[in-house]
Ligand binder design. Structure first.
Ligand SMILES: Cc1cc2nc3c(=O)[nH]c(=O)nc-3n(C[C@H](O)[C@H](O)[C@H](O)COP(=O)(O)OP(=O)(O)OC[C@H]3O[C@@H](n4cnc5c(N)ncnc54)[C@H](O)[C@@H]3O)c2cc1C
Length: 432
């Protein structure tokens, strides 16, 4: 059964209700992912691991958060078993996975207070990507809980979350450095295939030459390195480590850095954190903002998207003329989800980076991908044909936005909660 577990983390009191035997925990919404980790029994893990560990669990559910380890575990969605929700009307819902399934896209349910609701999920087809944080979840026969996971706080306030836990893995990590990007990508393909055939790979990440240049101070990085692949492995069984080592050796990296101790793993984590830190230092020095893409595409389209990334980086380099610090390409190659950080040093370069960002968004959509795999939509807009349009409109069209708005109004008839998230507030007022 569930037992209360409390502790002080970063000076705050936190309590979760933990059922260690079945691997479930009821969490309050305002608990950081770091605190959840600290509170769980040492052998249990809540696997969704967005880069930002100070995210709250309510925010992680609202954003369907994900990160490097989503390669093995998928985004947050699959780990959420039940939610307590307060609707903007004041009604309360207990939504457990499996309790309410849609008839087509129509969800019928009642609040605790007995109010009946009928909500039509949007009619759009979601992209066939491994990760997606664009718009409300919508599928035939979908579970009501999935409407709320990733809803960016527009439908109701999550007041408690039942998460599913998994045994904590014994993690080894590895960074392999290559003489060319092609070799690194081929190695990622080999590792992805090995994972599909049972190799317990937790993360599979990529760094391009631009990214390595930003980490060049690190003792492991040599000027000849043109790309790197970072992996984490659930290495409970020595045979797995052996199999992994054979695959990496077969990839023929210039150098390989294998971390099998806590100290080495820490060192690899610091190495990876050096990239955002050095990027942010560059931007602070120039008083500019980074523009970070968050596109993911279906498996077969990745080579085409990779070409588009290179074209965009080249076009931006024409403007900056700064090969040492123009753009970095890195991230979740296992999920066909790389980020480009464009690094503008002045206002004209900021405009140029936005132009490339918009071109890449169109590519991602044309390839059947998503324009946000993990960052979410919020109040973003995109320049198209000389004007700014709502970010999601590029992907689902105006009709898609209206469908999201209708679903919202079905639960928030006074249109008060998180106005402007996912779609412009003005659109809400068009719904009868
Ligand atoms: C530059 C950038 C990088 C990001 N990188 C990542 C990443 O690597 N991985 C990733 O998964 N996400 C990423 N995100 C998205 C987001 O920041 C994270 O998903 C994070 O988990 C949000 O948690 P938070 O506690 O900071 O939420 P907040 O920022 O407080 O809230 C995020 C949204 O969730 C809603 N919300 C929060 N709590 C609740 C609640 N209890 N009930 C209902 N709605 C709620 C808020 O209204 C808001 O719309 C990124 C965002 C940006 C802008």
């Amino acid at each position: 059964g569930f037992e209360q577990v409390s502790s002080v983390h970063d000076g705050l009191d936190y309590t979760v209700m933990l059922d260690a035997a079945s691997g479930h925990a009821w969490c309050p919404p305002a608990i950081t992912l770091d605190a959840v980790e600290a509170l769980l029994a040492p052998h249990l893990l809540f696997p969704p691991a967005p880069t930002e560990r100070s995210a709250m669990i309510g925010g992680a559910v609202a954003e369907n958060a994900s990160g490097a380890r989503s390669f093995m575990h998928g985004p947050t969605r699959a780990w959420i078993e039940a939610l307590e929700i307060v609707l903007p009307t004041g009604d309360t819902l207990h939504v457990a996975r499996g309790d309410v399934l849609a008839d087509g896209r129509t969800l019928r349910f009642a609040s605790r207070e007995g109010t009946p609701y009928e909500v039509q999920a949007p009619g759009y087809a979601m992209p066939a990507t491994r990760k997606n944080a664009a718009g409300l979840y919508a599928a035939d026969g979908m579970d009501l809980i999935d409407l709320f996971v990733g809803s960016e706080g527009i439908l109701g306030v999550i007041t408690a979350v039942l998460v599913r836990l998994t045994p904590r893995p014994t993690l080894f990590s590895d960074t392999a450095f290559f003489a060319s990007e092609e070799e690194a990508i081929a190695c990622a393909d080999t590792l992805r295939e090995a994972a599909a055939n049972g190799l317990p790979l937790v993360s599979l990440e990529f760094y391009d030459p631009g990214a390595l240049r930003f980490m060049a101070d690190h003792p492991q990085v040599r000027p000849e390195h043109q790309a790197a692949i970072f992996t984490e492995l659930d290495a409970g069984d020595p045979a797995i480590v052996e199999r992994f080592a054979e695959i990496i050796i077969g990839c023929d990296p210039m150098d390989d850095w294998f971390a099998d101790s806590d100290r080495e793993r820490e060192a690899q984590r610091d190495f990876r954190h050096a990239l955002p830190e050095n990027v942010n230092t560059f931007l602070r020095q120039h008083g500019t903002d980074k523009l970070c893409t968050d596109y993911a595409v279906p498996a077969g389209q990745f080579p085409t998207m990779m070409q588009a990334y290179h074209d965009a980086c080249d076009a931006f380099l024409q403007v900056t003329g700064r090969p040492e610090a123009s753009a970095v390409l890195f991230g979740h190659i296992g999920d066909y989800h790389l980020h480009i950080d464009f690094l503008p040093a002045n206002a004209a370069e900021e405009d140029a980076s936005m132009e490339q960002y918009a071109i890449l968004a169109q590519h991602a959509i044309e390839l059947g991908g998503t324009i946000t795999a993990e960052h979410g939509v919020g109040k973003k807009t995109l320049p198209v044909g000389g004007r700014r349009i709502p970010y999601l409109e590029v992907m689902y069209g105006r009709e898609g936005l209206l469908e999201i708005a209708r679903a919202k109004v079905g639960l928030d008839p006074h249109r008060v909660l998180n106005r402007g998230n996912m779609m412009p507030a003005s659109l809400l007022d068009e719904i009868r």
